[in-house]
Design a protein around this ligand. Structure first.
Ligand code: G3I
Length: 317
């Protein structure tokens, strides 16, 4: 039977799943991921703390492990992430930097990492989670030290290091219409007007049943597409308050189907990535106590109703 990625491919899209390095040792898990999906994203391996643990000292061991796994399994690879306020190395977050120093640190980091993975990743989340919920800029170390121009800088440096890779901004709570997605809409419009390289907008898609499905997902995807960028769901999962029951799993399945259909309805929605595909390996229980069961496969790697709903949505396209 055809995989989710086979079905996504029929319309030129991919269906992917994140993977974190320790999960590669779970061969049952890694094998199923390699068979069912067409793309993967490293959960942690390409983040700043992992790739530049000491200033100017680069370590690509973990990232290269994912590159090798992707290649062995015929998976495309999304790079995640060049710049984020979280999981920065201590030397960077505990230092005090002048604007010029931090610009040069950022340029050096982006240049080295992007050059190393040139030809190996098809896209980069260049800047991750740079907006607050109200649509103002998040006051991360880069904003505070360099000012909002760090975003255009980062995109230009990434483009200089790899002329072909797709450059994305990526965030959560931007799946539907709202103040935060409005802010990205305005920013990307401005970046385009200023001829700053920007190719895509990533909607993480970390949803929760108890908060309701965001409104206007399709309209939101379409307005970014109309600006001339690709869009993608980059970290989709749909958590619930545990224990799971039949009704919650049915609602979750419905949402997975709706999100998939929304992507398929927008020509420039290029693919969907789930943030891990099974409840066996998920970031959620450790971060949201009492929540979980967010993925389309359960802890035993058995398909849940969500899998069937995704499949049905892909077949209907
Ligand atoms: O590396 C240490 C290890 O040495 C230590 O023994 C262990 C004990 O806690 O922790 C390990 O670090 C963990 C790290 O993942 C690597 O496994 C951190 O505690 C843990 O907090 C960290 O979680 C990651 C999280 O980002 C950090 O915010 C998740 O795996 C990763 O899936 C998650 O991914 C993010 C995206 O990058 C951006 N969008 C949101 C998404 C979910 O939070």
């Amino acid at each position: 039977t055809r995989t989710l990625d086979d079905l996504a491919r029929q319309s030129g899209r991919y269906f992917g799943s994140a993977v974190d390095n320790p999960e590669l040792a779970d061969t049952e898990y890694a094998d199923l991921l390699g068979r069912e999906f067409g793309s993967t994203t490293p959960g942690n391996a390409m983040k700043w703390y992992a790739t530049e643990p000491q200033r100017g000292v680069f370590d690509f061991t973990a990232g290269d492990e994912i590159v090798d796994y992707a290649r062995a399994n015929g998976l495309k690879l999304r790079g995640h992430t060049l710049l984020w306020h979280s999981q920065l190395p201590d030397w960077l977050s505990s230092g005090t930097w002048t604007k010029d120093e931090l610009r040069s640190i950022l340029k050096n980091h982006i240049t080295h990492v992007v050059k190393h993975y040139r030809g190996k990743v098809f896209a980069w989340d260049v800047a991750n989670e740079i907006m607050n919920e109200d649509g103002t800029y998040r006051e991360n170390i880069f904003y505070k030290t360099i000012g909002p121009g760090y975003i255009a800088d980062a995109l230009r440096w990434a483009r200089a290091a790899d002329p072909k890779v797709k450059l994305y901004l990526n965030d959560y709570n931007v799946d539907g219409l709202g103040a935060k997605s409005d802010a990205y809409y305005a920013l990307i419009k401005q970046l385009k007007a200023d001829r700053v390289p920007i190719d895509g907008f990533g909607l993480q898609g970390h949803l929760a049943l108890q908060y309701g499905l965001p409104g206007g997902i399709k309209e939101n995807l379409q307005r970014f597409a109309d600006l001339g960028v690709d869009v993608a769901f980059t970290e989709l999962d749909i958590r619930m308050i545990l224990p799971a029951d039949e009704a919650k799993l049915a609602q979750q399945a419905d949402w997975y189907g709706q999100v998939t259909s929304a992507c398929l309805a927008v020509k420039r929605c290029v693919g969907i990535t789930v943030w891990g595909y099974s409840d066996r390996h998920s970031w959620i229980p450790a971060v949201f106590e009492g929540q979980g069961a967010a993925l389309p496969w359960d802890e035993n790697l058995q398909r849940k109703p969500a899998y069937d709903a995704i499949r049905a949505a892909l077949l209907a396209a």
